[in-house]
Write a protein that binds this ligand. Sequence first.
Ligand code: ADP
Length: 657
Amino acid sequence: MLIRRGLKLYILIFIFTMIIQIPMFKVDAYNIEQKGFNVLVLNSYHQGHNWESSILDGLNTYIKENDKNINLKVEYLDFRNNYNKEYIKSLKLMLEEKYPKGSIDAIYTVNDEAYEILNKEVLNKNSNFYKIPLIFSGVDHKIDGDKYEKEYSAGIYHRDDTLGLLGFISDLTPNVKNINLIIENSKYGDSVQSEIDKILNTYMKDRINVEYIRSNYTQDIYKQLSKIGYKEDTVNIIAGEFQDKSSEIYISPKVLIDKLKKYSTAPIYSTDSTYLNTSILGGHMDIGQNHAKIIGKMISQIKDGVKINNIDNVTEPVAQGYITYKSIYEYKIDPLAIDEDINIMNKPAYCIIAPTWVKILIFIVLFFIFMLIIFLIQTLARNKKLKQKKLEEQEKAIERDRLKSDFIVNLSHELRTPINIILGTSKVLENKARKSEIDGAYLLSKIDNINQNSYRILKISNNVIDITKAEAGMFQLVLENCNIVNIIEDVFESSIDFAKRKNIDMIFDTKQEEIKISVDVFQIQRLILNLLSNAIKFTHENGIIKLIMYKKDNKLIIEVKDNGVGIAQDKISYIFQRFYQVDSLYTRKNEGSGIGLCISKEIAQKHGGTIEVESKIEKGSTFRVTIPINLYENLEDYDPSKTIVTSNIVDLEMSDI
Ligand code: ADP
């Protein structure tokens, strides 16, 4: 018994808690429904139907931006495929079942079929939608509800824009005589057809022949178009959406139009925004997004407590003309016939809308302007270059002038020193001779002094003569065949004595014992002696000078390397210019006239060769002479006995050390 009583108690408690819980669940569910403002949106057609979708997109944007508390409960009624009493009855039942009383705060019927079903329900006491404010769009004036219906509904009436469309067509294709009207089989199709018929009958009776192509299936349309065949002055007008007959799948507007063009070459127009981004010529269309703003506002008003009979009905925004940029040229439309308020679709940013001849003209003008700009830029650049060149030449001339004056000052200085020495020495000798105090050794040392200074004067005058000859193009070589290794070794050895005065180490290195070549021996000796004397002059005491010679690719290469003062990089390019000396007259420590390297370069070039230098300040310099090895059989061999003694040349060239 006790157990039984206990069980009973448990069952009672369980039932009691369940009874308490049920309303709680209900309240919760009810609350979820109640949260926000619930709008039942009824679309007459299938999901993806273009115009309806664009309205829904617009509405969602409106809600996001203005009133996030509005919930849209969207239903697609598919009236195009099912439109009969049975279907409508079951649909109503489904809606009643799905949306219990109180779960919906407002209804929005997107187009007329949906409106016609629901506008009766808002007056039906037994309906879940009784007295629920109803907003509509896409509804004709002619199906206005009665006074009571109006009490609970407000919205946007459809505007008949067919006149606009036909005006648009006759502007762009003025000779039109035939229209193929391709429309879907639905209420929407009916309305498009009746509107077009009305306008044609009123304004263009007997002037235009219309072929009606009505079907929901693409196959039927293509078939009928093929049957009609090509007729001049024809346009196609298309409205609605079309399916594949066997699969019932809706064909994308783009694909449909591209295929349709294979059956009819006539331009295609539309009143239906579905075809906005396809390759039709153009159309006169109202865009769903514009409706959405108005509907959104109406929903917000109702939500804010405004009674629906206080909201005015409006007529939908005026349809606008659209034309695709490509088709202007595809169908040879006169761009001047396109009104300013027509929207041009898919126009590349850089393109302009003008007749082809105007485009060609603009292109030619732009081309000439472009060429002119290029010409001007080139002329300016050329002038700038010329000016720069002139300036550089002027600077060079000034520099040459400066060098010449420097040279004259140098030369006077160079000449004055040895002359003074010679004069001084001869005066001393004269005095000694008068007093008969002269001894042989003393006399010889003084004569040596006089000789060296005379060589200095001779070297300077030789150089001046040669440089003048070279400038006048009269510097000629006297070629002889010789073993150049011996010649260079001789001059090198003779210069060792001069290097010893500064305790400089002299190293001679040759890879070949004999290199036969035709050269002007005297000039080559001068060249090498000039490089050696410079190396001795510009190398510190205890330094090293190396002469390396070798044969490479049938070229004779002689390198004179020192580890002396070196030459600054910005000065290197100048040292082969005549009269150029890195150190100025007043700061320099060595004698020289600044023409040695200029003559050396002249000698190398006269032999078809080059002279280059690599140098680093305080690290030393390398002068590299490269002379092609030519040997002419008919030339005489070099005979040392017939020429000036090498030591004399060395004395001459080394005289300024
Ligand atoms: P110069 O008779 O004055 O030596 P060069 O034409 O032979 O005239 O040389 C021009 C200048 O180049 C020299 O005054 C010197 O400044 C620089 N130069 C030539 N050889 C060397 C070297 N081996 N080391 C450093 N400077 C050099």
